[in-house]
Ligand binder design. Structure first.
Ligand SMILES: [Zn+2]
Length: 248
């Protein structure tokens, strides 16, 4: 990607944060009680130097958006890494059906229209993990944990010992999370497509019921399944609109 992360952070500031700096400051002050910030993609206009990487490399662009929030706080706040930037109104080229979803789409940002066919219970998910060092006898590391895969660490950043660091559940932060299954809502496609698991976090968890239709912006993810080369597969939600609730 030719656009540098610093440029992306500058564009976030220019297009989204500068004009509403009072409300963004308030949001940052209220973090972590407030964790989700809604952003319409229309704010980025036709700047394809921004929108193209947003669609093809959303992890870097969302990370730049979180980094740009640090301008609004004096504290050194790596924890802003766990802010949810809920981008909606993506351009039409981002749309894909669940049936058409292939390996090429992994780790890109796409828009789906789907019907909810199953929901699992809402459960807590680690969003910022604390790690305690057995040598230092204190928490020496706190790390944002996006998505479903836990990022472990072996080395203590304070004393550089390896193998003394362990996850400290009682010092970690949690959000609500829920897996739901979606299927294309278009009736013609409904016949034999499999439902796709979607991970909903924080304010999105518990917000939909079976039978409702939604518009989802999300990032298809895969992780190696145990002893298999065929991966586990799901969509990580970025934003979601409940179309059934809107129509009522
Ligand atoms: Zn240590």
């Amino acid at each position: 990607m030719s656009v540098r992360n610093g440029d992306l952070a500058e564009k976030w500031y220019e297009y989204v944060y500068r004009e509403q700096s009072d409300s963004v400051s308030r949001f940052v002050e209220q973090f972590p009680d407030e964790r989700a910030l809604s952003v319409s993609c229309n704010r980025f206009g036709h700047d394809y130097q921004f929108v193209r990487p947003l669609l093809t490399n959303p992890d870097a662009v969302l990370q730049a958006g979180r980094a740009a929030l640090r301008r609004f706080t004096s504290q050194s706040s790596d924890e802003l890494d766990s802010v949810y930037l809920r981008i909606s109104d993506l351009p039409a080229q981002s749309e894909v059906s669940f049936e058409e979803l292939r390996a090429d789409h992994l780790n890109e940002l796409h828009t789906f229209s789907g019907a909810v066919v199953a929901t699992e219970p809402v459960r807590p998910k680690v969003v910022t993990a604390a790690f305690r060092c057995a040598k230092c006898e204190r928490v020496t590391r706190r790390d944002a944990q996006p998505g479903r895969t836990f990022r472990d660490h072996a080395k203590c950043p304070r004393c550089s010992s390896v193998g003394y660091l362990s996850f400290a559940p009682e010092d970690s932060d949690y959000v609500d999370a829920q897996l739901v299954e979606l299927r294309d809502s278009d009736e013609q496609m409904q016949s034999d497509t499999d439902a796709v698991p979607v991970l909903l976090e924080h304010d999105l968890a518990g917000s939909v019921s079976v039978g409702e239709t939604v518009r989802l912006a999300g990032i298809p993810r895969a992780n190696r399944a145990a002893e298999s080369t065929v991966a586990d597969f799901w969509v990580e939600s970025v934003s979601m609109e409940n179309l059934t609730a809107t129509n009522q």
